[in-house]
Structures are given as structure tokens and as C-alpha cells.
Ligand binder design. Structure first.
Ligand code: FPP
Ligand code: MG
Length: 415
């Protein structure tokens, strides 16, 4: 074994063993080696074996995905600067297909976590875990985890803790939707009656709390204090974001900044911190943790911008909720804020939260006459390009390509 390779193994091994949480996931023999005075040599030898095994497993798993068959040519939507995407990475993978084996039991796993002695509570809190969600957040977590594991260990094997993080992400997201439908007095969610309509507001709030509490229990089982802090911040942001949305600024120039801040807290915080948590759980260094955070942050902001765009563009049947729902709720999102630059008469409407008869219709029309929608899409595209540039530091892998494809899907989506 060449000396340089050995020192590389030693460096990687030291990083692994420095991470106490990861240490728990390795075998008792390996743990013993860590405690032994002869640690460094024995660990190196053992690690070489494990590394070879992981590489082998990694290759076998990767070969099970027909690499070239699933690639489709990247559309021009992203208009990605060539510098971000080296030639070999032009082709992309279907991220949902790639993450499917990891998430095949996502909803049944969550339902198990939610099963309680009270059938009624279990039934209400499981209601949205019906397999009809996009599972967008878990897909991001799983792909980020695998792409990072491949970058660090040359094996994309998913750690169980990272898999649990994907579950937690979906549970927090769904709990927030149950509460959100109460706040927005929504009758429907994903084309079916909302929890609050079927069981009333009180039970909806309790069901949301219950999902959150069960997610907190799974989080505690990960036994990683850093990750607990990250996820606590997500919960703080979600509540603050929702609160920010309820208030509006009288200062016109402040409005857009507030909107972006709210967008991060309400939507992007969850994707940013859960991607970062996947990195922490995988033993990634600070640079890689920040990369994961920035990817999740930018994709999350773009996702919300496109949501706000679709509120004006998609049909009710596509969205599974009424169009211009944000205006009806009194919310001024990016398309209206941009449109108000061309049509200043929108400004007093924004200030009074479109509460006067005819405001919603007038604002809807003004947005379509303006370039607000094009500007919104452009801003989303900029965030996508930023996400792309952050993951460019990762070693090429199918998972990295799938992360790139996630970005494309965010921009292309129609519901
Ligand atoms: C959907 O927004 C809602 C969110 C992304 C977050 C809602 C957060 C809370 C209600 C705070 C409480 C948080 C927890 C964790 C219980 P939307 O109304 O824009 O989207 P929609 O059209 O899908 O309803
Ligand atoms: Mg809502």
C-alpha cells in the first residue's frame, strides 16, 4: 500500500472516529480499536477493509440503477452557466425514481410511528400520509446524504440516521400543513377535504402537535445534539415565518425583503437544515455542511417562488386548491410585489391586504398585465443556479446528478 494512500485512509479514518455519533454506527470491534492504543494502525487496516466493502456495496447499488437509460437531456430552463456544469454532468437522473428504494416505506413507516392506543388520534394524524404527497423534502435529504457519502467515502450507502432524517423532514412538513390549513381556513389539501374540515379545528391542531411530538421523539433517538439544534431552528423559523406572513410592512421598500425573509423561514428553513443535518449525520466537515445548507436554502426559496408563481398561473384542478388563493388570504407574494412597480395602484391594495371588494380581481389582472410573473420565475431561476453552483464541489455521482435534476423539477413543476 503506497504511503500516500495510507495517510489518506488515516485522515478519513480519523474523521470518522472523531465523530462520536458515527462511531455508534460502526461495529463493536471497530469501536474497540478506537479505544486501543494501537488504534491508528489497526483502524487503518480495518478501515481499508470496510472501505473496500462499502465501495463494493456502493458500486453494486449504483449498478442496479441503469445509469444511462434513465438519463434525459437537461432542458434549457435552467440556463445554467457552463462553468457550473462540467460536460460529464450534463445528463440528469429522475430524483424521485432514484430515491424510491429508500422511501418506498416512507408513509407506512410514519404511520407506524403515529399509531397510538387512541385509534382516533392515530387516524387523524395519519390522514395526510396517504402516499399522494410529492415527498419532495425526504427525496432531497436522501439524495444529499447519498451524494455526500459518496463524496466523502466513495460509497453512497445511506446511514440509518440519515434515513430517519428524511422521515422527520416529512413529518414536520406535514404537521405544519395541518396547522396551516387551520390558519388559512382551507377546505382542501391535495384535492381532498382538509383535516380541519373533517374533524374540526381543535382536533386538527392537536393532530399537528402529535405528529410534531412523534417527530421529536425520533429526533431524540438520533442522539445527536447538533442535529437537535438544527431541527429546533426549523420549528422556530416555521412559526416565525407564519407570523411574519400575518403582518405586512407599511414601508414599501421593506416589503420585498420581508417577503424573502418570510419565504426562507416558512419554506426554505426546513429543506436547508434537514440537508445540513444529513451532512452532520454523515460526518461531513464544515464546508460540506454549509454546501448542503445552501443547496437546501436555495432550492427551498425557489420552490416557494414557483408556488407563488403557480398561484397565478395554474388551474384550480392542477393545484388542488383555488387559484389566486394568496390574494384571497390577503398575501402579497413576489408576482404582486413586482407588479406594483409597474402598477402603483396595487400598493394601497397590498397595504389593506386586498380586503376591499374587487381588490383581488384587480390585482390578479394587474399581475398578468405586468412582468411580475416573469420576474418571479427569473428570481427562482437565480436561486436554482445558486443551488447548482453550491453542489458543484461534490464528486460526480448519480445522486449528485439527481440533486441537479431536483433543481430542474422545481422550476418545471406545474402543481
Ligand atoms: C404552507 O403555506 C405552510 C407552511 C409551509 C408552513 C406553515 C407553518 C406553520 C403553520 C407554523 C406551525 C409549524 C409547525 C411545525 C406546527 P401555504 O399556505 O403558502 O401553502 P398551501 O397553499 O399549501 O397551504
Ligand atoms: Mg395554506
Amino acid at each position: 500500500m503506497a504511503l500516500t494512500s495510507l495517510s489518506r485512509f488515516s485522515e478519513i479514518t480519523t474523521r470518522i472516529f472523531e465523530n462520536k455519533k458515527l462511531l455508534r454506527s460502526v461495529s463493536p470491534v471497530t469501536r474497540w480499536l478506537h479505544l486501543s492504543p494501537e488504534f491508528s494502525m489497526k483502524a487503518n487496516i480495518l478501515f481499508i477493509h470496510r472501505w473496500r466493502l462499502y465501495r463494493h456495496i456502493g458500486r453494486a447499488t449504483r449498478q442496479s440503477v441503469p445509469r444511462l437509460k434513465q438519463f434525459s437531456t437537461c432542458s434549457s430552463l435552467l440556463q445554467t452557466p457552463a462553468a457550473h456544469v462540467p460536460g460529464t454532468l450534463q445528463q440528469e437522473l429522475d430524483p424521485f425514481k432514484l430515491a424510491e428504494p429508500d422511501l418506498i416505506n416512507l408513509y407506512s413507516d410514519i404511520k407506524k410511528e403515529l399509531s397510538t392506543q387512541s385509534n382516533h388520534l392515530g387516524c387523524i394524524s395519519s390522514y395526510y400520509f396517504d402516499g399522494h404527497g410529492k415527498a419532495f423534502r425526504p427525496v432531497m435529504v436522501v439524495l444529499m446524504a447519498r451524494a455526500l457519502n459518496y463524496h466523502i467515502f466513495e460509497s453512497s450507502r445511506l446511514l440509518e440516521t440519515q434515513h430517519r432524517m428524511a422521515i422527520i423532514a416529512e413529518m414536520i412538513h406535514t404537521a405544519s400543513l395541518v396547522h396551516d390549513d387551520v390558519i388559512d381556513t382551507s377546505d382542501t389539501r391535495r384535492g381532498k377535504s382538509s383535516v380541519n374540515v373533517l374533524w374540526g379545528q381543535k382536533k386538527a391542531i392537536l393532530a399537528g402537535d402529535f405528529i410534531l411530538a412523534q417527530a421529536a421523539r425520533i429526533l431524540a433517538q438520533l442522539d445527536n445534539e447538533d442535529v437537535v439544534h438544527l431541527l429546533a431552528q426549523v420549528l422556530i423559523d416555521l412559526v416565525q415565518g407564519e407570523f411574519m406572513q400575518m403582518s405586512s410592512s407599511d414601508d414599501e421598500t421593506e416589503r420585498f425583503n420581508l417577503y424573502l425573509k418570510k419565504t426562507f423561514k416558512k419554506t426554505a428553513s426546513l429543506t436547508a437544515y434537514t440537508c445540513k443535518a444529513a451532512a452532520v449525520l454523515g460526518g461531513a466537515n464544515d464546508t460540506l455542511q454549509e454546501m448542503a445548507f445552501q443547496y437546501g436554502r436555495n432550492v427551498g426559496i425557489a420552490f416557494q417562488l414557483i408556488d407563488d408563481y403557480l398561484d397565478f398561473m395554474a388551474s384550480q384542478s392542477e393545484l388542488g386548491k383555488p387559484t389566486a388563493a394568496d390574494l384571497r388570504l390577503g398575501l402579497a407574494t413576489a408576482p404582486v410585489l413586482y407588479a406594483s412597480q409597474r402598477f402603483p395602484e396595487l400598493k394601497p391594495m397590498i397595504a389593506r391586504r386586498f380586503c376591499k371588494l374587487g381588490d383581488v380581481e384587480k390585482a390578479y389582472e394587474a399581475v398578468h398585465k405586468s412582468d411580475g410573473l416573469a420576474h418571479t420565475k427569473r428570481l427562482a431561476r437565480n436561486h436554482c443556479n445558486e443551488a447548482l453552483s453550491h453542489i458543484s464541489i461534490l464528486t460526480d455521482s448519480v445522486e449528485k446528478r439527481a440533486l441537479m435534476s431536483v433543481i430542474e423539477k422545481v422550476l418545471e413543476r406545474s402543481k
